[in-house]
Design a protein. Structure first.
Length: 276
């Protein structure tokens, strides 16, 4: 049951999970952070904005049951409410994606207010949710731009590898351009380190660089590399439903609580939680 003291107490936050680098954990973070936020009593909507549709399959949703999907929202004239499906996770809904969305990058070019389409279509849904998480494709094209214009903030998953910082400076420049022209409110709310391995020296040194450069925008919660996390999507389940006790699930729960605390939707951690 959602805790009324937490759920609905604050305005809706639309967060785009973005990084133009492929395979850094965007979709895994979208699915599992969304599930962890729902487990904390938040009403959450995932918007699958990647033509690969990995968030849709990873949440075990049959996209054929949807009357409309993100393509219909962004390019067509589907109503947002028609596109929402419930998932197996209580409190978590999704707008699915299909391969049709790949054509949207080209079709959007011709459309009026092409960067604002997702923002305008999601507007009627806002009040139904505490969080809307948008899973972006690994590009900085018109779909990701639509997500950046629709969003209040970005969450950037970072895999601690050699080129991580280079990719981030490109992303930061894009965000600055979007703030100047299209969405002055957009902020990088946070960076989350994914697939982390404390035994790997490169990983540890890239983490130090990212923390030095981005300071407290980097979440303390770090997502470890954990086989259970990568197995879960093939069962159509978030890892929290697949194996709640595994290190990956526990890390996504810590990330959700840290996000809720940062946004003042949860009180500061208890001493027991800090010690954990
Ligand atoms: N913490 C983790 N531990 C182990 N494997 C992980 C973890 N996070 C992600 N993976 C695996 O890494 C791969 C890439 O993750 P994911 O699909 O989330 O990245 P992505 O950024 O969404 O990729 P794309 O850019 O293609 O959309 C997947 O096979 C996923 O299962
Ligand atoms: Mg993805």
């Amino acid at each position: 049951m959602p805790d009324p003291a937490v759920a609905g107490a604050s305005p809706t936050r639309i967060i785009a999970i973005a990084n133009q680098k492929g395979g850094v954990g965007k979709t895994t973070t979208t699915i599992n952070l969304a599930t962890a936020l729902a487990a904390c009593g938040q009403r959450v909507l995932v918007v699958d904005l990647d033509p690969q549709g990995n968030a849709t399959t990873g949440l075990g949703v049959d996209r054929r049951t949807a009357q409309a999907d993100t393509y219909g929202l962004v390019v067509g004239d589907a109503a947002a409410a028609e596109a929402v499906l419930a998932t197996a996770v209580p409190g978590l809904d999704i707008v699915t994606a299909s391969a049709d969305l790949a054509a949207a990058e080209i079709e959007l070019i011709e459309l009026p207010r092409r960067e604002f389409r997702l923002r305008e279509r999601l507007a009627p849904l806002r009040s139904n949710y505490d969080y809307v998480l948008i899973d972006c494709p690994p590009t900085l094209g018109l779909l990701t731009l639509n997500a950046m214009v629709a969003a209040d903030a970005l969450l950037v998953p970072v895999q601690c590898e050699f080129f991580a910082l280079e990719g981030l400076s490109w992303l930061v420049r894009t965000v600055e351009r979007v703030r100047r022209g299209l969405n002055p409110e957009l902020e990088i709310q946070g960076l989350v380190l994914t697939m982390h391995d404390r035994r790997n020296n490169l990983c540890v040194s890239v983490e130090a660089e990212v923390r030095e450069h981005f300071g407290d925008r980097v979440y303390e919660a770090v997502i470890p590399r954990n086989i259970r996390v990568s197995e879960a999507p093939s069962w159509g389940k978030p890892v929290l439903l697949y194996d709640l006790k595994c290190p990956g699930s526990q890390a996504y729960l810590r990330l959700a609580r840290e996000m809720l605390r940062r946004e003042r939707r949860l009180p500061a951690p208890s001493s027991a939680e800090v010690a954990a």
